[in-house]
Design a protein around this ligand. Structure first.
Ligand SMILES: C[C@H](O)[C@H](O)[C@H]1CNC2=NC(N)=NC(=O)C2=N1
Length: 105
């Protein structure tokens, strides 16, 4: 089981995850994504779901139409663990690689 990160390790990891915001009270990180439409949002969620299942670590998330808000924390540890950091990095990579609608012409 992954252990809660020390304040020093957590701060070092958070310094690199610039797109995520840290909630001190929850000891969790959150990022919101917006897509062209629901189909693009759900395609991204599918990729995240497969990555999460592979890692054995799962997001809390909220989706409405083209918006996906993801919160990561390790429930077993009662806060942020390296599994959250690794999943956040994987999610960032999946988002960077997700289909962007090319401009016409
Ligand atoms: C047994 C199983 O590995 C655990 O219950 C995992 C599953 N996915 C999990 N995901 C998250 N976010 N936190 C956990 O503590 C957690 N625990």
């Amino acid at each position: 089981m992954a252990e809660k990160l020390s304040a020093t390790s957590r701060d070092a990891a958070l310094a690199k995850l610039t797109s995520w915001s840290y909630d001190t009270a929850a000891d969790a990180i959150t990022r919101e994504f917006r897509f062209e439409d629901f189909s693009a949002a759900f395609a991204f969620m599918t990729r995240v779901a497969l990555a999460a299942e592979k890692a054995g670590h799962h997001p809390e998330w909220f989706n409405v139409y083209n918006k996906v808000r993801i919160t990561l924390s390790t429930h077993d540890a009662g806060g942020l663990s390296r599994k959250d950091i690794e999943l956040a990095e994987r999610i960032d990579a999946l988002h960077s690689a997700s289909v962007k609608i090319a401009p016409a012409g």
